[in-house]
Design a protein around this ligand. Structure first.
Ligand code: PHE
Length: 353
C-alpha cells in the first residue's frame, strides 16, 4: 500500500511535467484527485482494513494527497508566472516614444506680417487698436477734410452699404482706408496718442497688385510740437526693422486732403542698394531708379484735428498709412508677384511661408 501511494505521487509528477497548458493541468488534477480518481478509490479501499492499519495508512494517504496537491499548486503557479512574463514580453508600452503629431498649421502670411508690424511699432511706443471696418462716411471721408462732392473721394473706390444713411454721419461704407480710425481715436479723449490701427480695408479693384479686401496699417502720433522730422524718424526705424538695417526712406511731396504737408514715402531698393544700378552696371529691374513706393504720410490737417475736437494750435500730429500685403511683398524672401495668391487659399502656396 505504501508503494501504491509512492507510485501515485511519481505518476502525478511525471504527468504534470508533460502538461503544456493550464486547462490540461486542471483536467489532470481532477483525474488525480477528483472523486473518480485512483486516489479516491484507494482511500475507499482503506475502509476495509483493520482499524489500526486504517489509521496508519489513512495518515500516510493524507500526506500523499497533500504532496500531490502541492505538485499541482506549484505547476499552476509556474503557469501563471509564465503567462505574466509572456504578457510583459508582448504587451509592453514604451511611454518615452514620442507620439504622432497631428498636422500643425501656421499663421497666414498676412497675419505674420501684421504681428511683425505691430511689434515694430510697439517698440516705438505705439499701441495697436482696432476701429470699425463697416464705417460711416463721416469718419471715412467727411471728418478727413473731404467734403461730400470732393473728387478726391473717387480715388478710394468705395463700397457702399445698403443701409439707411444717418442725418449727421451720412452713408455706411466698407472702410477704404485705416485713416477712418484717426478721428475715432481722437474722440477717445486720451492724449497724447500713439496709435497703430491695423484692419481690413475694402476697395473696388482687383488685379495683380490689388484685391478688394486687403489690410492697411495706420500710424497716428499726436502730441505737442510734433514735426516732419519725427515722421521721418519713425519711418526710417520701421524700414530698417522690417526690411533690413541698410534701408532708408525718402519723403516725396504729395497731396492728401487730410494731411498738410503730405508725402509719399519711398524705401530704398533692396536689390540695388538704392542706386538704381546693379553690380553688372545694368539698370535695376525692380526699382529702375533706386526707390520703391511704400505709401502715404503727412502732418494731420488742422481741420481733422478740429473735427476730433482738438485745438490745432496746441496739438500737432503725424500720420502715415498703407497696405500690409504690399509692404510684405516688398520684403526680400517673399517672392510674390500676384497679390491675389494670398487669398486663393491654395495650401501648396500658403504652406511655403
Ligand atoms: N489713407 C491713405 C491711403 O489709403 C494713406 C495715408 C494715411 C496718407 C495717412 C496720409 C496719412 O492712401
Amino acid at each position: 500500500m505504501h508503494n501504491k501511494l509512492e507510485e501515485l505521487i511519481e505518476k502525478a509528477k511525471a504527468a504534470v511535467a508533460q502538461v503544456g497548458d493550464l486547462k490540461v493541468l486542471e483536467e489532470l488534477e481532477i483525474e488525480y484527485l477528483g472523486r473518480k480518481s485512483e486516489f479516491s478509490q484507494f482511500m475507499k479501499s482503506l475502509g476495509a482494513l483493520p482499524p489500526e492499519d486504517r489509521r496508519t495508512f489513512g495518515q500516510r494517504a493524507n500526506e500523499a494527497k497533500k504532496t500531490i496537491e502541492g505538485i499541482f499548486m506549484e505547476a499552476r503557479a509556474a503557469f501563471a508566472a509564465r503567462a505574466a512574463a509572456a504578457v510583459a514580453e508582448t504587451e509592453w508600452i514604451d511611454v518615452t516614444v514620442p507620439g504622432e503629431r497631428p498636422p500643425e498649421g501656421h499663421l497666414h502670411l498676412t497675419s505674420q506680417a501684421i504681428r511683425e508690424i505691430t511689434g515694430i511699432f510697439a517698440g516705438m511706443g505705439f499701441t495697436r487698436v482696432r476701429h470699425p471696418e463697416v464705417e460711416w462716411d463721416w469718419f471715412a471721408f467727411e471728418s478727413l477734410n473731404m467734403p461730400g462732392d470732393h473728387p478726391a473721394r473717387d480715388e478710394w473706390e468705395t463700397f457702399f452699404m445698403d443701409a439707411s444713411p444717418d442725418a449727421k454721419l451720412g452713408k455706411m461704407v466698407l472702410t477704404p482706408h485705416t485713416t477712418s480710425g484717426d478721428v475715432r481715436e481722437i474722440q477717445k479723449g486720451r492724449l497724447p496718442v500713439r496709435m497703430i490701427n491695423i484692419s481690413k480695408t475694402y476697395r473696388r479693384q482687383i488685379d495683380v497688385s490689388h484685391v478688394p479686401m486687403f489690410h492697411q496699417f495706420e500710424g497716428l502720433l499726436i502730441d505737442k510740437g510734433i514735426a516732419v522730422t519725427n515722421l521721418k524718424g519713425v519711418l526710417d526705424r520701421f524700414a530698417q526693422e522690417f526690411f533690413g538695417p541698410d534701408r532708408r526712406t525718402r519723403l516725396r511731396p504729395f497731396h492728401f486732403r487730410f494731411t498738410e504737408p503730405s508725402f509719399e514715402i519711398d524705401v530704398s531698393c533692396g536689390v540695388c542698394g538704392g542706386t538704381g544700378i546693379v553690380a553688372s552696371g545694368a539698370k535695376c529691374r525692380l526699382c529702375k531708379e533706386g526707390w520703391l513706393e511704400l505709401g502715404g504720410a503727412g502732418m494731420l490737417h488742422p481741420n481733422v484735428l478740429k473735427a476730433g475736437g482738438l485745438d490745432p494750435d496746441e496739438w500737432s500730429a503725424l500720420a502715415f498709412g498703407w497696405g500690409v500685403e504690399r509692404t510684405m511683398m516688398m520684403k526680400s524672401g517673399v517672392r510674390l508677384d500676384d497679390i491675389r495668391e494670398l487669398y486663393r487659399n491654395d495650401f501648396r502656396f500658403l504652406r511655403q511661408f
